[in-house]
Design a protein. Structure first.
Lengths: 253, 306
């Protein structure tokens, strides 16, 4: 394992994050603040509590998840797509490193960025609503796992994408709908039975449910299943990446 | 000298069926400067990319410093530096961070003194905090070289390093190359420019259509080049060379006498020959001289292959 190489990639990627601080930090915070204002204060005031939690507080875990998932995916996909696009990937391919170092470097950096943004949103939410976190350790663990697994997914998208449009396609067409329909802003128990069943096929639903349990000690599905779902998702992503590097798919001719 | 890079029966076919390398065998000697000449699409870049690990060979093997590039890729790539043909750089990062990144990715611990020296050698030190996108094309090429040198390679590949480069940078580059050679670094460069190969290489290889046509000592090639031929057309054919001209290195074919001489010799013997021809009573209709340049050799080889 070439730790120096991992550190070099990680540092280089984090430098990009801090270089584009406005874009990478301020915009997710502002859009989240808007959600709080619209859903929490304006609409939420007219809604009753969901499962004993005020609606403003109820949407906090879902909001964090929404941002963390999209940020982890887009950061990781851009991180590996950009060297492909500008041609600097030659250096990674000719360096004495394996795919493990490349993945840890890029995915690690993307997950870190998403984690920082997630924690900042959590901090921001304290200005708008009262929240108590029932299981802080579990909350951090869920957040971390989500950051990592969606960064892995982003890495795959970045390798797959042939242009900038494709780079945006999956986050826009798949992740955002799944997050919205996975119960970010409502409890699935509020849905008609048919939709409840359909939601069971949405993988993101399990992550949001688990994450919300860590906050409010209430879940739509048992926590064990949530953990299993996220482990399964991470496993699939790792397997896909291992296959990509073994075959050189879209990278090494 | 022993070989530091050994390429054995290397083949590379792309998905479309195009064979970029068709059975390349090449020994690159430790500490030499090898110039690879070849027309566009000859396979120069594919050969370099395959040695460096960017392209996977279809068959055949490559060792670098005795390490197989497939099975012991870490040890093999550890020794290699690559300056690519295209200017591939992260535009938003600063010069120094980009160069430091290269050293890190190759697993070498941070060494600011070394990076400073490399940047100074390439006249980049005062630009170290500039973003890459602010630099001119020539400066960017210098950054590419700095990146390749940052991890102290023992074998350096320069893929058409002087394409679109001004005189000053070319001069700087050859100074750096000469210094690297003094330190025992093996250098392989590809080029279209024959003068460039002449000026700097120890050996010259010619590649065309995915095959190495020739690898020869530059001195031997130059010796061939130094030969000049004087063709003398006579008014009437001669059956044999007269005895009085036997001392000259002459070949007769019909009405044409061919005299081969060395332009670098102290005397070419042309004046004496012409005098003796007159004495022998041979009438000259025309004379012409021909020189086989490296370019002729090169063009001849590539054409023959076609």
């Amino acid at each position: 394992m070439n730790l120096t190489a991992i550190a070099a990639i990680y540092r280089f990627e984090m430098a990009r994050f801090f270089r584009t601080l406005t874009q990478s930090l301020v915009s997710p915070v502002i859009s989240t603040a808007l959600y709080f204002v619209v859903f929490g204060a304006a609409i939420g005031g007219r809604m009753g509590a969901v499962e004993g939690v005020s609606y403003g507080a109820f949407i906090v875990p879902g909001l964090i998840m929404l941002t963390v998932m999209t940020q982890a995916t887009s950061n990781a996909s851009f991180g590996i797509y950009f060297p492909k696009f500008i041609g600097t990937i030659y250096e990674l391919l000719s360096a004495p490193i394996s795919f493990i170092e490349v993945v840890i470097g890029y995915v690690g950096a993307a997950a870190t960025k998403a984690l920082i943004i997630g924690l900042i949103i959590l901090g921001t939410s304290y200005f708008f609503v009262d929240i108590t976190i029932a299981h802080p350790m579990a909350m951090i663990a869920f957040l971390l796992l989500t950051c990592i697994s969606f960064a892995l997914l982003g890495f795959i998208i970045g390798i797959w994408a042939g242009n900038f449009e494709q780079l945006q396609l999956i986050p826009l067409l798949v992740i955002t709908p799944l997050v919205f329909l996975g119960g970010s802003f409502y409890s699935t128990t509020m849905l008609p039975p048919v939709w409840q069943t359909i939601t069971l096929f949405n993988p993101v639903h399990y992550l949001i449910s688990g994450f919300r349990w860590a906050f409010f000690d209430q879940a739509d599905v048992p926590v064990g299943i949530s953990l299993f779902a996220i482990a399964l998702f991470t496993g699939i992503c790792i397997a896909a990446i291992a296959w990509i590097f073994r075959t050189g798919w879209r990278i090494r001719q | 000298m022993s070989a530091i890079v050994t390429v054995t029966d290397l083949r590379k076919s792309y998905a479309g069926g195009f064979e970029a390398l068709s059975g390349v065998n090449l020994d690159i000697l430790d500490g030499e400067i090898l110039a690879l000449l070849g027309p566009n699409g000859a396979g120069k870049t594919t050969l370099i990319s395959t040695i460096c690990g960017i392209t996977v060979p279809t068959s055949g093997s490559i060792t670098v410093g005795g390490h197989d590039t497939q099975t012991a890729y870490r040890k093999a790539r550890d020794l290699i530096g690559l300056v690519p043909q295209e200017i591939n750089l992260e535009p938003f990062e600063t010069v120094i961070n980009t160069v430091r990144f290269s050293r890190g990715v190759f697993g070498k611990p941070r060494n600011d003194a070394l990076i400073e020296q490399i940047l100074k050698d390439l006249s980049l030190w005062d630009k170290k905090d500039n973003k890459i996108m602010m630099l001119s094309g020539g400066m960017k090429r210098r950054v590419l070289i700095a990146k390749a040198l940052s991890h102290e390679p023992r074998v350096l590949f320069l893929d058409e390093p002087t394409a679109g480069v001004d005189v000053e940078l070319r001069k700087d580059m050859w100074e750096v190359v000469a210094r690297l050679k003094e330190n025992g670094v093996t250098i392989i460069l590809t080029t279209h420019y024959i003068e460039e190969a002449e000026a700097i290489a120890d050996r010259i290889g010619v590649i065309s259509k995915g095959q190495i046509l020739l690898v020869e000592d530059k001195a031997a090639l130059m010796a061939r080049m130094g030969q000049k031929q004087l063709k003398i057309n006579l008014t009437a054919p001669v059956s044999a060379i007269p005895d009085s001209l036997a001392a000259y290195n002459l070949a007769a074919e019909g009405a044409t006498l061919t005299y081969t001489y060395d332009t670098k010799g102290e005397r070419t013997g042309i004046t004496a020959l012409l005098n003796d021809l007159q004495k022998a009573g041979l009438q000259m209709a025309d004379i012409e001289t021909q020189q086989s340049s490296l370019e002729d050799i090169f063009v001849g080889l590539v054409k023959e292959d076609a």
